[in-house]
Design a binder for this molecule. Sequence first.
Ligand code: AMP
Length: 207
Amino acid sequence: MKLVFLGPPGAGKGTQAEKICEYFGIAHISTGDMLRREMREGTELGNAAKAVIEAGGLVSDDIIIGMVKNRVNEPDCENGFLLDGFPRTIAQAEALEGITAVDMAVNIDVPAGVLVDRISGRRMCSGCGAGYHISKYTRDTCEKCGAPLYIRDDDKPETVLNRISVYNDKTQPLIDFYDNKGLLKNVDGNRTPEEVLADIKALVESI
Ligand code: AMP
C-alpha cells in the first residue's frame, strides 16, 4: 500500500498520517520530519536546508527526491508507506512515478482562513520531533520522551503566510495531477480529527 497525503500546511497531515500508519502497519515518511532531524543533528544537509525551511520556502527537488528514493528502500517500507509532505512540486511527483507506483493520493481539504489559527497552536518536541496542539495538550514537555516543546520557526505567523503562498503556487497543482490519473480522493479536513480519520480509513480500506 503506497499512499500520498496532500493538503496545505496545517491541514492535519502529520496527525492523520501517524494514526493511519499505525493502523495499517505501514511506514510514515515525512520529509519535513526527516529535514528537522537533520537540522537537530547539525548534519551538512540539515545546515544547508535550515535557512530555506525557516523562511518557509522549499528545499531543492534534487535533495528531497534523493532522500525519498533512499528512504522507500528501507526494510520498514516493505508493507507499504505513506508519504506526508512529499511530493510538493510537479517535478517531485514526476520523479516519484519513476521510483514507485502510488495507489492513492488523499487530499485533506481545509479552508485557507483556518490554517493560520491552527498552525499557531502547534508545538513540537525538541527531542523526538513529536507534534502537539495546545488545544489538546497543555504541558510544555513531551509525553513520549520528556524533552521540552518548542514552536517551529516556520510556524511563526509571518512565515506561515509564505508557506501557504508557496503551497498555492507549487503544491496545489498536484491535486489536478493526481486527479487526472484517477488516484485522487478528497477528504473534508475541517472537522474533528476523529471524523477525518474515519473517512481516510474507509478510503484506504477500499483500495
Ligand atoms: P512540513 O513539516 O512538511 O511542513 O515541512 C517543513 C518544511 O520542510 C517545508 O516548509 C519545506 O521547507 C521543507 N520540506 C518538507 N518537505 C519538502 C518537500 N517535499 N520539498 C521541498 N521542501 C520540503
